[in-house]
Design a protein around this ligand. Structure first.
Ligand code: HQG
Length: 176
């Protein structure tokens, strides 16, 4: 399978496992899983293609359950799902990659989840730079996650290493 085909399948998986399952006639369980056989039939791909995309995805966006019969996106949903991710203690500092045009709003109201369920935070600067670069020249904010945690904010860690929290008040943000 060539690289272009893999990217195309990955984008379709993101779309339907996070945002628009009904568009291809699949259903997600309350915790985000869908049946692998139904998914490959709906997408017109083979199990081998799916396995390859899941295994080689640059951000490990998708995960099979322990039986290999169900698959879900590890984060990033806009449809209502409860992933039941483990609550975790974050490192002292996490990072958020964004762009300059959002900074005034972010410094006024903090980081908000926007259309997703949670604010997505990165464990290191290079990852945050990549996230911000999706929208233009990246600006990286440092998040005082240790203090947030001490103040009672809940953090969860997705299966692919993205830190999730509901809201980051501006007082925990500083520029890098
Ligand atoms: C910004 C991708 C105005 C925020 C990435 C961001 C990540 C505000 C945008 C994952 C704001 C939301 C998530 C406020 C936040 N006012 N703008 N108060 N608070 N923003 O895409 O973090 O490829 O929903 O800075 O790599 O960019 O999908 O979040 O620019 O891991 O797997 O509003 O998505 O991963 O954008 O990216 P997003 P994000 P995948």
């Amino acid at each position: 399978m060539n690289h272009k085909t893999m990217i195309r399948i990955s984008k379709r998986l993101s779309r339907h496992l996070r945002h628009a399952p009904a568009e291809i006639g699949i259903r997600l369980s309350p915790d985000g899983w869908t049946d692998v056989d139904a998914l490959i039939a709906a997408l017109g791909i083979t199990r081998e293609q799916l396995d390859h995309v899941v295994a080689t995805n640059d951000k490990r966006r998708f995960a099979f359950d322990e039986t290999g019969t169900r698959i879900r996106a590890s984060q990033g949903h806009t449809v209502p799902v409860e992933l039941d991710l483990p609550v975790a203690t974050p490192p002292d500092t996490l990072y958020h990659g964004t762009v300059a045009k959002f900074l005034d709003a972010i410094m006024a109201e903090g980081l908000r989840p926007m259309s997703r369920h949670d604010v997505h935070l990165s464990p290191d600067v290079p990852t945050a730079v990549r996230v911000g670069s999706r929208r233009g020249k990246p600006v990286v904010l440092a998040v005082d996650a240790g203090r947030m945690h001490a103040d009672g904010h809940v953090f969860r860690l997705s299966a692919n290493g993205v830190w999730l929290t509901g809201h980051v008040p501006a007082g925990y943000l500083r520029s890098t």
